[in-house]
Structures are given as structure tokens and as C-alpha cells.
Design a protein around this ligand. Sequence first.
Ligand SMILES: *Cc1c(COP(=O)(O)O)cnc(C)c1O
Length: 372
Amino acid sequence: MSEKIWLSSPHMGGNEQKYVQQAFDTNWVAPLGPHVNGFEADIREYLGGKVEVAAVSAGTAALHLALILTGVKAGDEVICQSLTFSASANPIVYLGATPVFVDSEPDTWNLCPEVLEEAIKDRIAKGKKPKAIIAVHLYGMPYKVEEVHAVAGKYDIPVIEDAAEALGSTYKGQHCGTFGRMGILSFNGNKIITTSGGGALVCPDEEVKKKAVFLATQARDHAPHYQHSHIGYNYRMSNICAGIGRGQMEVLNDRVAQRRAMHDFYVNLFKGAGNITVFNEPGDDYCCNHWLTAILTDSYDAREKIRLSLESGNIESRPVWKPMHLQPVFGEAPYYGGSVAEDIFNRGLCLPSGSNLTDEDRKRIREGLTGV
Ligand SMILES: *Cc1c(COP(=O)(O)O)cnc(C)c1O
């Protein structure tokens, strides 16, 4: 059997081990150190230099901190896009708050601004104004930034931007992760760049970053002894992981170009196939990193046929995220909208999209996709 072709696998640039070696040579083998600071500065600069960045142990941890810093407490409600990975919603529950799920619109597959407003109005009518909105740039596709933020602004609800999949994507030239009150990034092994595991909280200013780092390092008060007036977390990024991150930041632009080239490959491949559409930007304002290329087939059966055909060639593909309001664990949570997200889930499939795929891999993928 030929080697497995993965959906998205780590792709080192070459200097990562050098930075990790530096960390060992200087004995900065700890959840702080020069690489952590350097990695934060690299991301800050990449995002345009107007935000502050706190490197943490995971994107999920960053989202947990963002919710705490937004003031979300037990019993509160937080609106969250339903069509997403569970990590977008889980931190709401960590805090004892309730997720309120909202449907997608078909252009970007992300938060539908009309349903969002309907949900906000209804929650307010029921006596509880949502404390925050978690908006996701799914598969790197920017959500309808202006429309979503207009609704959020009208009701004065902060937006937390889940840009875990969208590092390198832009809307009207501005980087995803920098539109919300706070943004989160992920450097998990399957993301566009990786630190093996890690994440970042994008903060509006130095003060918020300081609070985030304080909470992420066990919330120690200023005192010679260990004193605590807040519950803390052990969420800081390791200097070893940050060393990998520094190497990865050197090649991020290449990775975006390579993922976008994979997307072009699929656009060409499915040209003329009337029953399959490749998920694409709805207009020139949007620039997607195409972390994963997804296609929409015309039925659940058609999607499964393609998935199984690829699987028989040892090629990984994956149905689009199953919406949160259809997950057993969130069965009790309120949901607003229709069946846009559910329909995309039933008919959508993510295809191998790694920046390290070879011509040989593409040949195998093409073969796996012919005749379906
Ligand atoms: C990966 C991901 C996360 C979580 O990031 P981790 O670093 O894996 O904790 C959150 N939201 C979305 C949409 C993701 O894809």
C-alpha cells in the first residue's frame, strides 16, 4: 500500500531545529524565554503591528482566556457559530456559561448576520443579553466581517474572533484575528503552521495582554511569596514550542501560497463537473488562506462515494465539521437558524490540502477522484 496522504500535515521550514537547539544551549527549557517573546513579536508584526499577542499552550486555551477577559461568568450566554470545530464552543462550558448556536450563511459558511440578530433579539426578549459572540473564519474563509460586526456593535456585544484556521487570511487587506475585541490563533499539528501544539491570544493592547499572561501563568500576585487573589491557569507556551514557531513564521507566506495553489489544483480538477463546487471566496474583499479546500457535492451519497473512493487509495478526506447544535453533547443548547450548516455538513467534504503535497500525491488524488 502506498503511503497515506493526509488532509493537512506539519511542514517544517528548516530552521525550527536550530531555534530549538538554541533553547537547549541556553537552558531556556521552560514556559517562558526569548523564543516566546520573539514568536509573539513575529506574529504581532505579521498581523500588522497594531495588536499585542500572547503565546499560549493551545488555541482552546486562548479562547478560554478571551472569554474570561470578556467577563463571561457562570450562567451567562455566549453566541457561537454552530458550523465549527468543538473547540470553538467548549470553553463556554468550561466557564459554566451556555452556548447559543447560530446558523451559517451559504457564501462564507460562517455566522449569518440576519440569524445572529434574530438570536440576539430573542435572547434579550427572554431576559438575557449574550455576553459575547464567537465568530469563526472556517477553513480560513473570512466571515462577513462588516455585517457581523455591525450587528454586534448595534447591541454592544464583543466579538471574539476564532481565527484558529485563518492565519494568513485577510478581509479588505486586514488580517483575520485583528477584527474582534480579541482573536485566537492555533498552532496545532494540523494547522497552516504548527508549534506541535500551541495557540495565541490576539489582544487589543498591552494591558489586556498583561492580564492574559497573568492568568496564563497561575495568576501570581506581586509578592515575594506565592500569593493569589484570582484563579489562575497553566496556559503559557513553552520556549521549545515557540522555537518551532519562530522557524514556522519564516515560511508562513510560502505556506499560504502553497495552500492556495492546492486550492487552484482542485478548482482546475473540478472545472466542468456540474455536480461539485469548490468552496471559494465570495468576492474580491476576501482572501482565504485555504487551510483546507472543501467541496460541496450534490448529496450525502455523492459525498460518501468520493470519501470512500479516496479512502481506498489511502487518501484522507473528511466531512465538513458537524454543526454543534447537532452534537449529542450540545443537544440542550438553544439554536437559531435553519438548515444551512446542516446541509453543508451533509454534502461537504474537505480534501488533502497540505503545503507539502507532491506532484506524485496530486496524481494519486486525481486518480482517486476520477470516476466518482
Ligand atoms: C484548531 C481549532 C481550535 C482549537 O485550537 P487548538 O490549538 O487545537 O486548541 C479552535 N477553533 C477552531 C475553529 C479550530 O479549528
